[in-house]
Write a protein of this length. Sequence first.
Length: 153
Amino acid sequence: MNRLRYEQTLPISLDQAWNFFSMPENLCRITPDWMCFDIKHKDAEHMYPGMIIEYSIKAVAGIPMSWITEITHVEKPYFFVDEQRQGPYRFWHHQHHFRQTDAGVEVTDTVHYSLYFGMLAEPVRRLLVLPKLKEIFSFRRDALERIFSSRSY
């Protein structure tokens, strides 16, 4: 099992953070263009426990693939969890936490993931997957700073 954790403070209220992050279409705004991230199906505008979201992405060598996630836990406006039901990972569990601070809202992403093929996957994870995940979360950090500093949300 592998774990990534990213924290960022945004100059917004807890309600503003929740309204932005709980809308699946905003994922497109904070995902790099090279992923060709496209929501194919969602049930509602805002997340709820049991919601299934189907995406199309190009994560590996530009090859399109389907990624289906389920929103398994929601405690508005403090956190939600998405888990992969179909996609490139053997296991994907992504926690999104929001905490009001004096400086704004602290956004914490914690991802637990593993790849197929057990220990044989470790070189692939280290050389390809981990750098791409770091690139995605770095892009996300920059995009959120642009979005919320300009108040264009």
